[in-house]
Design a protein around this ligand. Structure first.
Ligand SMILES: Cc1c2[nH]c(c1CCC(=O)O)Cc1[nH]c(c(CCC(=O)O)c1C)Cc1[nH]c(c(CCC(=O)O)c1C)Cc1[nH]c(c(C)c1CCC(=O)O)C2
Length: 364
């Protein structure tokens, strides 16, 4: 008879961050994200820092994407650019969802115009077992950028973020961006034990990366499960939700708003809210008054189609007014796009959106 085996010790999660978080009672973003009534409808944009801004293109000249993310002064400057230009109600840390993989030692690069590319895709149990863990010290350049930003931002809150386990797994398994996620779905269905081991590993990595940001002083976090909309609700609930729940639950003691976002997730809005988010991000496919019925009790974030910004000021004006009015059905609303700013977007179109959102009523 074999000796009883020790139970597998679950990875030790760092203790709750105890440092004082900034108190920003005047922040419209934090008030709305907590379900309160802000002085105006808060607005920020996913990918507000990036190629649509000439000052970003100048700052990035000659520096590779991941190197920019890991250079605290540069990451700080790029994060501040859209706050200065637009007067948005929140900054989002300039980083990328593959940064924690990179600093942990996974071979990954971001190829301009393509996205993240992985040197050695992860497809077997042995590949999963060989994945490195994240030592919090490896996140130091990111923590340093957060500390610089908290100092520079004054009353504007800073949103930290990470990629959710499924979206990270899709890049790792496919080896790069994928339209159909076929290798990822093959692994999850053909070898669920390896799949769950992979997602559990990524949940720990993501949580460790978010906690490093929280300890450095971010005021809210967003978990990007950008590609979750590729899944049926049934598969999402069985194969993904427990792992995203682990990440969001691991931050519950930090007392900050947690946003959960994906694209094409109309069918998943309820489940994504159940994962433990305070705020659910909605793309442009579902109007906010319908979204609030699918994710009852959740603050909503969204949901202007980023392509509408190319349709001229009258169309944008009409769409912004419609979205703010539909947002009145939710407990609170944070205005945003339904996905990231497209690189050819005219910054003046975004500036007009900010001014218009700020002028519209918070309640019906
Ligand atoms: C899926 C995903 C990635 N990265 C991210 C996601 C989740 C959000 C989403 O769904 O868009 C998250 C991300 N990436 C970036 C941010 C910056 C913060 C912000 O929102 O302003 C955030 C929040 C910077 C970036 N991340 C990237 C850029 C462009 C790089 C450049 O300027 O050359 C930026 C500003 C690169 C990147 N990184 C990724 C892609 C698909 C790309 C685009 C590839 C390209 O078109 O060149 C992976």
């Amino acid at each position: 008879m074999s000796a009883p085996t020790e139970p597998d010790p679950s990875p030790v999660v760092a203790p709750a961050p105890t440092g004082p978080r900034r108190d920003l009672p005047g922040s419209a973003f934090l008030t709305a994200a907590r379900g309160g009534t802000p002085a105006h409808v808060p607005v920020w944009f996913m990918r507000q820092a990036g190629r649509s801004l000439p000052e970003y293109r100048r700052a990035r000249e000659g520096t590779a994407m991941l190197e920019s993310c890991l250079t605290p002064d540069l990451a700080c400057e790029i994060t501040l650019q859209p706050v200065r230009r637009y007067g948005v109600d929140a900054a989002i840390l300039f980083s990328d969802i593959v940064v924690p993989l990179k600093v942990a030692g996974v071979g990954v690069d971001i190829v301009a115009g393509t996205g993240p590319v992985i040197d050695a895709p992860v497809r077997t149990a042995a590949d999963v077992a060989a994945l490195p863990h994240l030592d919090p010290a490896q996140a130091e350049p990111v923590a340093q950028a957060v500390r610089l930003l908290v100092h520079e931002l004054g009353g504007t809150p800073l949103i930290g973020f990470a990629g959710a386990p499924f979206t990270l797994a899709s890049y790792l398994v496919e080896g790069g961006p994928s339209r159909n996620h076929e290798r990822t779905k093959a692994l999850m269905h053909a070898d669920p034990a390896t799949w769950h081991a992979l997602l559990d590993h990524l949940a720990d990595l993501t949580l460790g990366f978010l906690r490093a940001q929280v300890e450095a002083g971010v005021d809210a976090v967003q978990l990007f499960d950008s590609w979750a909309g590729a899944l049926s609700e049934r598969d999402y609930r069985e194969l993904v939700l427990p792992h995203s729940t682990k990440v969001l639950a691991g931050l519950s003691d930090a007392d900050l708003p947690r946003i959960h976002f994906g694209v094409g997730t109309g069918e998943l809005l309820g489940a994504m809210g159940e994962a433990g988010a305070d705020v659910v991000g909605v793309d442009w496919r579902v109007p906010l008054d319908a979204a609030t019925r699918r994710a009852p009790g959740k603050v909503l974030q969204g949901n202007l189609d980023p392509a509408v910004l190319f349709a001229g000021p009258d169309v944008v004006d009409r769409e912004v007014r419609r979205i703010v009015a539909e947002g009145h059905a939710a407990p609170a609303h944070v205005f945003n796009l339904g996905h990231g700013v497209l690189p050819d977007t005219d910054p003046d179109a975004l500036a007009r959106v900010v001014d218009l959102v700020h002028s519209l009523p918070v309640r019906a």
